[in-house]
Design a protein around this ligand. Structure first.
Ligand SMILES: [Zn+2]
Length: 432
């Protein structure tokens, strides 16, 4: 029988709170899923705990990724680049074999999340409710993986973001209300809508982030979701879309854009949170199109969106609007094992301290998910979602790249193994 009580000894704690300071020479006792004691290494250990000597390493809360997809690995591919091939792939996904394939891709994705230190992830749009199936397998103990919150397929309009791939199309408000009810019937955790276009579905410069959903359409989604107790996350990469979101009353604005004073007031009035995803626009904006193999227009639009995301995040921090972090994993050049890059780029480009970035990726993200009583920091009584890294991330956030151990809901992974793509890593490392 495996033990479920651990004494994580000889570690320096970074607890995930706002002004966290390293707490050296500590011991954390875990019983089942729960952190039962945080104590000085000088205090003798009680009986019945398996000792895990962390050898002076740093113990942190598990990371939380608020924005991920699982239908791809992050390796750039032309398969979902519109046109005939995409149509064929989507037809295949509707077959039994296609579903099996999607399931295997998704299992690998959640493995990489967990083994890279992400113990909670929010899936913001996947095909055919495979995300719901995977979440349920994990919760039933049949699959190792992070705690998951999933939306099923996103809601969009014709020619909108995700049309033809991870989203389904509506038109009239009644369509959207029915689509929301359908998702609730499939047991999703929240609703994802696409208020504006995105980089990958724009073909002329400046098109990325143009509004697609009307206030009436977005409001139909939001009102029906809220009536059924669901929150709404919105893909938004432009100013007109932000206005639609905030008038309609979504709960989280994903990606984001600069926040003028009237929008700041609406954010605060309605208690809306922002979720930045610096990782997704940066590579295609900053890398040579010869390296990305993307058309020149993609670089122009990525730069536009990257500037908006970064300025939006800066505005949110400065105006004290709750701001979380995600990666948009599954998109080109965004892997499921690179939450650490998001934290790194967020700190550098949004100009916040490593402690603030780490706090955002743990306790703030937990708060946005409404699970901060359960996880997001190292506190007695909270769930044992923990990671171990060798170097001090407050001195250098690249320390998060190599996670030495992961504990998710009390389950210890002593030797995490990430299925890396070295060719993608080498390209992304040029952005550090
Ligand atoms: Zn996304």
């Amino acid at each position: 029988m495996t033990t479920t009580r651990y004494a994580l000894c000889n570690c320096t704690i970074l607890d995930g709170t706002k002004d966290m300071q390293p707490q050296p020479d500590m011991t954390v006792l875990v019983d089942g899923e729960t952190i039962v004691s945080i104590q000085s290494a000088a205090i003798p250990l009680p009986d019945g705990f398996e000792v895990v000597d962390l050898d002076g390493a740093f113990l942190l809360p598990g990371l939380i990724n608020l924005h991920s997809h699982h239908f791809g690995s992050g390796k750039p591919s032309k398969v979902l680049g519109e046109g005939k091939i995409q149509d064929l792939v989507m037809l295949f996904s509707k077959t039994g074999l296609g579903r099996k394939y999607l399931l295997s891709v998704m299992k690998k994705a959640v493995h990489n999340h967990l083994h890279s230190g992400v113990t909670t992830v929010r899936g913001v749009g996947d095909f055919r409710y495979v995300d719901v199936e995977v979440r349920d397998l994990i919760n039933a103990g049949k699959l190792e993986g992070p705690r998951m919150f999933v939306s099923g397929p996103a809601l969009t309009v014709a020619t909108g973001h995700g049309d033809g791939t991870f989203a389904e199309v509506g038109d009239k408000p009644a369509d959207f209300r029915a689509m929301v009810r359908d998702r609730v019937a499939h047991n999703v955790d929240f609703i994802k809508i696409c208020t504006t276009g995105g980089v990958m579905d724009s073909s002329v410069p400046g098109e990325a982030g143009l509004p697609k959903m009307s206030v009436e359409q977005a409001r139909a989604c939001v009102n029906e979701a809220h009536r059924l107790g669901m929150k709404v996350a919105s893909h938004t990469e432009g100013p007109e879309g932000l206005e639609v979101d905030l008038i309609a009353g979504v709960d989280t604005v994903e990606h984001g854009c600069p926040i003028p004073p009237d929008m700041e007031a609406l954010y605060k009035l309605k208690g809306v949170c922002a979720v930045a995803t610096v990782s997704v626009a940066l590579p295609m904006a900053k890398l040579d199109p010869e390296v990305t193999h993307m058309p020149a227009v993609t670089q122009v639009n990525s730069q536009l969106v990257a500037d908006r995301i970064i300025q939006g995040a800066k505005d949110a921090v400065r105006k004290h609007i709750p701001l979380g972090l995600g990666t948009d994993a599954g998109c080109p050049f965004v892997t499921q094992y690179d939450m650490w890059r998001e934290i790194y780029h967020f700190s550098k480009l949004v100009e916040v301290s490593p402690a603030f970035a780490l706090h955002t990726a743990t306790l703030v993200n937990a708060r946005i998910l409404g699970i901060d009583k359960l996880t997001g920091s190292i506190e007695e009584g909270k769930c044992a979602d923990l990671i171990v890294v060798e170097r001090d991330p407050l001195e250098d956030l690249t320390a998060l790249r190599d996670v030495k151990m992961v504990m998710a809901r009390g389950n210890l992974i002593r030797e995490p193994h990430v299925d890396r793509m070295p060719e993608v890593d080498a390209i992304l490392d040029t952005l550090l």
